[in-house]
Design a protein around this ligand. Structure first.
Ligand code: FAD
Length: 404
């Protein structure tokens, strides 16, 4: 089918790695590529390489369910995730790439009186923290989700929910490809099929990495490898409070438009949206045991699909088309880690768990600031690794949306 498609322009170069860069980024997912882009654009540091062991976006960035939102509870989290959402709102123009941002709104359902009280508390917190939120009653929910099972006899009756109108979806591959093309045009080297195997440690400092394509040196290195963070941290000589799990998702066959918001039901542990192609994009909870198997298992998939049918009985005739999984990096407080690692010269952006796609523009901006200046931006400071020693956790287990 592609026989006639010849002479395409490369979207980014494929250079040979140089022996030395000012800054190295390990991991060519959204956060790594965004970091490289903001280093070049905001800090004018262009002697930068992104090293990816596979292909760009082949990790969680190309495997997620594309939901973007900032409906978290604590002020530190709102500052972080709302920065990301604001940057997403202008990203298509900034990098001249259509990321297909669709601010169709998200409704997080409440299934009991007690959950409605929690929903009211969340809405109040979000509004006080400066982001948009509305408390919906059952009538409001019916208006935005006409196919939802709102019968009082439903196993999970619907009382209302938290609505965030600016939330929605964005095309995941486009975010990775758009940042890659924009970074490449500013002079960043993007090197695929290049695996980091060891860290070069001299004088107690990280001086670069040994890769499957030779040694590459740098003054500062950023490690942005999501589910593989503990594995690489062990090679650098320290431990991270991260457990890696498979998180899976699936899509149905395409149908005509029937669902024009994102819906999340904490009771059933399932969430869904409809893609522009018409497929229902369905996600849910983590697999129960830590794993690096990028497949996911059938019992969790069955739970997720039964949650969907509980919400929308009319979807029961749909066939599933694809199922897949990614390896996510979960911290004890479900918040990310941003900051310098215990090995000086090596900086971390990880621990996003099930929810880092929405944070890509902010994760990139903040890690670029850390790498360029050696110090925290005000927004990243609370997310430093030292919070686990100081006990100042930012516990977003509820805000993270999926049961951990
Ligand atoms: P990745 O995209 O995983 O990139 C890391 C890269 O590092 C990979 O490409 C990997 O190959 C590379 N790497 C690893 N080890 C090495 C090495 N030794 N050398 C070189 N390169 C290496 N988030 C949301 O906000 N909304 C959602 O709806 C959502 N849904 C999700 C659904 C699923 C099924 C999954 C799996 C995740 C979901 N997430 C969601 C989470 C989100 O996808 C991740 O948090 C985010 O993509 C992390 O981006 P990243 O750039 O840090 O990691």
């Amino acid at each position: 089918g592609l026989r006639g498609q010849k002479g395409w322009q490369q979207a980014w170069r494929s250079p040979q790695p140089k022996p030395r860069y000012d800054i190295l980024i390990i991991g060519g997912g959204g956060h790594g590529l965004a970091t490289a882009y903001y280093l070049a654009r905001a800090h004018n540091i262009r002697n930068v390489a992104v090293i990816e062991k596979g292909w760009l976006g082949g990790g969680n960035t190309g495997r997620n369910t594309t939901v973007v939102r900032s409906n978290y509870f604590f002020p530190e989290s709102t500052a972080l995730y709302d920065l990301a959402l604001r940057l997403y709102e202008t990203l298509g123009r900034d990098i001249n790439y259509n990321i297909m941002l669709s601010q169709r709104g998200i409704i997080t359902l409440a299934h009991s009186e007690a959950e409605m009280e929690m929903a009211a508390r969340t809405v109040n917190a979000m509004q006080i923290n400066g982001t948009d939120a509305e408390l919906f009653d059952a009538k409001d929910v019916r208006r935005v989700l006409p196919l939802l099972n709102v019968s009082p006899q439903a196993r999970y009756p619907v009382f209302g929910g938290v609505w965030q109108g600016r939330a929605g979806t964005a095309r995941h591959d486009a975010v990775a490809w758009g940042y890659a093309r924009a970074a490449d045009r500013l002079g960043v080297d993007i090197i695929q099929s290049c695996e980091v195997e060891e860290f070069l440690v001299e004088g107690g400092r990280c001086r670069g990495v040994r890769t499957s394509r030779g040694e590459i040196r740098a003054e500062r290195t950023g490690m942005v490898v999501a589910g593989h963070s503990s594995h690489l941290a062990a090679k650098a000589g320290f431990r991270l409070p991260i457990t890696s799990y498979a998180l899976q998702a699936c899509v149905s066959e395409p149908i005509k438009p029937v669902l024009d918001t994102v819906v999340l039901s904490p009771g059933t542990g399932t969430y869904a949206s409809q893609s522009d192609k018409g497929e229902l994009v369905i996600g849910g909870a983590l697999d129960r045991v830590p794993s690096y198997g990028q497949r996911g298992n059938l019992p969790v998939l069955e739970d997720v699909v039964s949650g969907l049918l509980e919400m929308f009985p009319s979807f029961r005739q749909l066939r599933l088309m694809r199922q897949w999984a990614g390896i996510v990096d979960v911290t004890p407080d479900s918040s990310p880690i941003l900051g310098e690692s215990p090995l000086p010269g090596l900086f971390l952006n990880c621990g996003w768990g099930t929810g880092g796609f929405k944070a890509i523009p902010a994760g990139g901006t903040l890690l670029a600031h850390l790498l360029a200046t050696g110090t925290h931006h005000d927004i990243s400071r609370p997310f430093d690794l030292d919070r686990f020693a100081r006990g100042r956790l930012i516990d977003e287990a509820a805000g993270s949306g999926i049961a951990h």
